[in-house]
Ligand binder design. Structure first.
Ligand code: ATP
Ligand code: MG
Length: 462
């Protein structure tokens, strides 16, 4: 696409010459005789040039003030000034506004190169500015979408929490309810947003690895530790450490974590020195931590320390009115990503969406909509790709005892691992290979389940 340039010049012959020169380089050009004229078009029609070339024979203070105000109200263009009369022009002011200033008559080849450089600079600035605003927007309070009272309440709690200097916070909620999203919102809307947000899934790593990931290690701390490693506590210093699936952390490690939180100090594995850390810790879990604490899977003291502040995210099935807000937004998002144009959601689609229970919550909703949008052929949302289990049966269905039961020989003919494999295989079949649902049924995490599916080679059906 051609890049946009504006030329502001009170010299028609020069203006024409510049136009011809730049058009050869594929610029899309509009030109104005006076700054005031340019102002009307550029600001009102939102034509945003990346480069503005100003070549005025007479650059009065009035014209300059006008140019300055135009310069300040436009977004990210670079300005090149061609100055005819060095004596007369108020050059300090020009210098402040300009990407570069050339004497007239200017070497046109040099000017063309300069315009290219100005264009790159403008583009970089534009990208940076947009990147920052979109990231901030992505994780603003509004990113946690929905209009139901429950969601409003979560949003208002988020606003409150982002004002408090949190040292620890627990985020609870079923899988796919937005725990990761909420952690990001709280980080990016909070005081520590300029510092790093570092995330670790406690379910994904074995204990030893988790420990060295968290606390780091010195060279030679254990076999294989060849160099010093800065752990996540250090990497997140100043910012936020987000511990996902905290319920899956080993008890011994929990004690170490608690100590680090309380002392605000850590020690690398194999290290002598204590290192001060100052950060906030968010812990997320989809299991009931209170119950986990009662059952001894989570240290009570850690539970109490973490849960000074807590936020619970409601499942989608308890706030289905949010679908009216979420579905169109998600459809629009994937329309854009996949270059599709769905703008009709038929009644029967709504009925199915509303009737379903959404055990995988918003993540599942997003996945289903993504599939439908990708496979759509026209502007109508395709009902046939919803493929939701019949909700009536799915929600109230208790598999008949035969179907749901498993006969396990306890005569030593089957090893524990084989039994494990059998249980997972059966659950996969019963729940139509829905990993999220099976993880819930078996009271484990998706990560653990995926790991075992891979380990036992229980691949999804093609
Ligand atoms: N209220 C919401 N508004 C918009 N998007 C949401 C909302 N809640 C969740 N999402 C989106 O749903 C997806 C799943 O959310 P997220 O990964 O935060 O869930 P989670 O609770 O961390 O799940 P898990 O326990 O499985 O890790 C993400 O794409 C997230 O952006
Ligand atoms: Mg998550």
């Amino acid at each position: 696409m051609a890049s946009r340039m504006s030329i502001i010049s009170d010299d028609p012959a020069l203006s024409e010459e510049l136009k011809k020169t730049f058009q050869r380089d594929d610029w899309q050009i509009d030109s104005y005789a006076q700054p005031l004229q340019a102002r009307g078009v550029l600001l009102e029609q939102a034509f945003e040039p990346r480069v503005v070339v100003v070549a005025m024979r007479v650059l009065s203070q009035e014209a300059l003030d006008e140019l300055k105000s135009l310069h300040d109200s436009m977004e990210c263009g670079e300005w090149i000034y061609l100055i005819a009369d060095q004596e007369q022009s108020p050059s300090a002011q020009v210098n402040r506004l300009a990407f570069d200033v050339l004497d007239q008559p200017a070497d046109l080849e040099r000017l063309a190169l300069l315009a290219q450089r100005a264009w790159r600079s403008a583009l970089t600035r534009w990208h940076l500015r947009h990147y920052t605003t979109t990231e901030r927007k992505r994780f603003s309070f509004e990113a946690y979408q929905g209009t139901s009272p429950a969601v409003e309440e979560v949003r208002s709690l988020l606003k409150q929490l982002s004002d408090v200097p949190l040292s620890t916070l627990i985020i609870t909620g079923e899988t796919g309810t937005g725990k990761g999203l909420v952690a990001r919102i709280l980080h990016y809307c909070g005081e520590r947003h300029k510092e790093p947000l570092v995330e670790l899934n406690c379910a994904a790593l074995p204990k030893e690895l988790l420990e060295s990931q968290l606390f780091g290690h010195e060279a030679g701390a254990f076999t294989g530790a060849r160099t010093r490693h800065h752990g996540l506590f250090e990497q997140a210093n100043g910012g936020t450490l987000f511990l996902d699936e905290i319920g899956d952390m080993d008890l011994e490690l929990q004690a170490k974590l608690l100590k680090a939180i309380e002392d605000k100090k850590i020690r690398r594995l194999g290290g002598e020195r204590e290192i001060d850390v100052d950060l906030q810790i968010f812990a997320a879990t989809s299991v009931n931590l209170e119950q986990a604490a009662r059952e001894g899977k989570l240290r009570e003291d850690l539970y109490h320390r973490l849960s000074v502040f807590s936020i619970h995210l409601p499942p989608l099935r308890t706030r289905k009115e949010d679908m009216m807000d979420l579905v169109p937004r998600i459809v629009a998002e994937f329309n854009l990503k996949a270059n599709k144009k769905i703008d009709v959601i038929p009644n029967k689609v709504w009925e199915q969406l509303m009737a379903y229970n959404w055990p995988g919550n918003i993540r599942e909703l997003r996945n289903v909509i993504e599939r439908c949008v990708l496979l759509s052929k026209d502007e109508v949302f395709p009902a046939r790709w919803l493929q939701l289990p019949d909700s009536e049966t799915a929600s109230s269905r208790q598999p008949s005892s035969d179907e749901a039961a498993l006969l396990v020989p306890l005569d030593g003919s089957m090893a524990l691992e084989e039994i494990d494999r059998m249980v997972i295989q059966k659950a996969l079949k019963l729940n139509n290979f829905n990993v999220t649902e099976i993880a819930r049924v078996l009271g484990t995490t998706r990560e653990t389940l995926r790991y075992r599916i891979q380990k036992y080679d229980l691949k999804q059906r093609a």
